[in-house]
Design a protein around this ligand. Structure first.
Ligand code: ZN
Length: 128
């Protein structure tokens, strides 16, 4: 359960206005019907924090894939954050206790999709 101090409606609103497209569109045919844009929290559960380093805008099809593939989905979302300069390993570690490089390293052998494995490799190189 996320604590109330992690809820920031104004951050969500500004984020949704700035990113009014599916950020996974390079990998997705964003055609699922009904089509809608969702705000995905990369770190969910009790780490479901409304902060720029934790938010990705996804169409409904991409969002469903990300939630159904928790490892590959998180890698893809972190890569999206990296692409727009918002992959903040220090912020993630401070807020959640999970260090992206350590997490990716521990999950790498579970990544089955080659294109996601490639993204994970890039993230390991850029995460400090
Ligand atoms: Zn999409």
């Amino acid at each position: 359960m996320a604590s109330r101090k992690h809820r920031h409606p104004e951050i969500l609103k500004a984020f949704a206005e700035q990113y009014d497209f599916c950020e996974a569109q390079s990998w997705w045919t964003c055609e699922e019907w009904p089509w809608r844009l969702e705000i995905h929290h990369v770190m969910g559960g009790r780490n479901r924090i409304d902060a720029p380093w934790n938010l990705v805008r996804l169409c409904s099809g991409a969002h469903r894939w990300v939630t159904e593939h928790p490892i590959e989905g998180r890698v893809l979302c972190w890569w999206i954050l990296h692409q727009r300069g918002a992959f903040d390993c220090a912020a993630i570690a401070k807020a959640t206790g999970i260090h992206p490089a350590g997490w990716i390293g521990s999950k790498q052998s579970d990544i089955r999709l080659p294109w996601v494995a490639d993204l994970a490799g890039v993230l390991l190189e850029v995460s400090e």
